[in-house]
Design a protein around this ligand. Structure first.
Ligand SMILES: Nc1ncnc2c1ncn2[C@@H]1O[C@H](COP(=O)(O)OP(=O)(O)OP(=O)(O)O)[C@@H](O)[C@H]1O
Ligand SMILES: [Mg+2]
Length: 309
């Protein structure tokens, strides 16, 4: 449904994205991850036809984004990083306006606007002026305008930024609901959100793709190692020595907070169980044990030390 081929964008002398290649199948939900300045928003602006690439191309539903921009825009709902503000319009009026712009049949507009308002929980503010809404509500209006034409493809650039935790959970549910009906690319910095909603992730760093994996395969990127953090009451040094001697423990060191110990291990759940037994037997007084989320671990390893140029 989305094909990106050898896509490069320079802003003056700065290369923001460098020969990106990926495709997204119909109905897939893909998480687009990367540290600040990695090139996520730039890629999304090109796929949605808001900006021309320096070289390479992007196709949506078989249409080249720059040869057939209208065909592409008709099929895409886009939440930009900085949603345009039409402050002097009322919420419902604005959504009707967007549906009209998108060429939605007149007879369908009212029903689609109603659905978009329901899905994003905007009912209570639909007759208010956009400029008077709080940041989170304005963000929801941005999501609603992306959904309103019921597009095949949705491109959401940090959809949950500025939302409160309850709203984040609601948007997460909404994204799960959209799965299968729409092809979706979303960028976010909230990794648990990706774990909860996406089937596949693309990680970019300094303009290049550094990983493209289904979420279930992500541990293979990590080459089988994972980090477990413990919090104990006493005898940390003795515990570290003891754990370091175990087979399967690659590294063991003090964590940042008082009483915390980090063990990097190879292997999977069996190894975690053995490690837990060892900590308990050591008599260090186990208070807490946590396995770092695999995705977070992979993300940090692949993008560590990158700074915006
Ligand atoms: N209009 C512009 N002019 C010049 N440089 C730009 C412009 N827009 C983005 N850049 C640069 O291009 C690079 C990629 O930016 P982009 O906004 O795509 O990153 P991002 O992955 O979306 O980051 P963030 O997580 O902070 O939103 C950065 O180095 C940024 O400074
Ligand atoms: Mg961005």
């Amino acid at each position: 449904m989305i094909e990106v081929r050898n896509l490069t964008k320079n802003y003056g002398a700065r290369r923001a994205i460098d020969s990106l290649d990926f495709s997204v199948n119909k109905g897939e939900v893909v998480g687009f991850l990367g540290p600040n300045g990695a090139g996520k928003s730039t890629t999304m602006k090109i796929i949605t036809g808001f900006m021309a690439p320096t070289s390479g191309k992007a196709l949506v539903a078989g249409y080249d984004v720059f040869e057939n921009p209208l065909e592409v825009k008709r099929r895409i709902g886009y939440l930009p990083e900085h949603p345009p503000v039409y402050g002097d319009m009322f919420v419902k009026e604005y959504l009707e306006f967007v549906a009209n712009l998108k060429g939605v049949e007149k007879s369908k507009i009212s029903n689609l606007v109603k659905k978009a308002i329901e899905k994003t929980n905007l009912g209570q503010v639909q007759t208010r002026l956009i400029q008077n809404l709080s940041k989170g509500f304005r963000q929801r209006v941005g999501i609603a305008q992306a959904l309103v034409s019921d597009p095949e493809v949705l491109i959401l650039d940090e959809p949950t930024v500025g939302l409160d935790p309850k709203q984040v959970a609601e948007i997460r549910d909404l994204i799960k609901e959209l799965r299968g009906h729409h092809t979706l690319i979303l960028s976010t910095h909230i990794l648990p959100e990706v774990e909860a909603t996406c089937e596949r992730i693309i990680i970019i760093n300094q303009g290049k793709i550094v990983a493209q994996e289904s979420l279930s395969n992500i541990s293979s990127v990590n080459k089988g190692s994972r980090q477990i953090t413990f919090k104990v009451r006493r005898e940390i040094d003795a515990l570290i020595t003891r754990l370091s001697l175990m087979d399967g423990v690659l590294k063991c060191f003090k964590g940042n907070s008082p009483g915390s110990v980090v063990a990097e291990i190879s292997g999977q759940d069996d190894m975690v169980e053995l490690l837990a037994k060892e900590v308990i037997m050591s008599g260090a007084g186990l208070l807490e044990m946590q396995s770092m989320a695999q995705l977070e671990d992979v993300f940090i390893k692949l993008t560590y030390g990158s700074v915006e140029q």
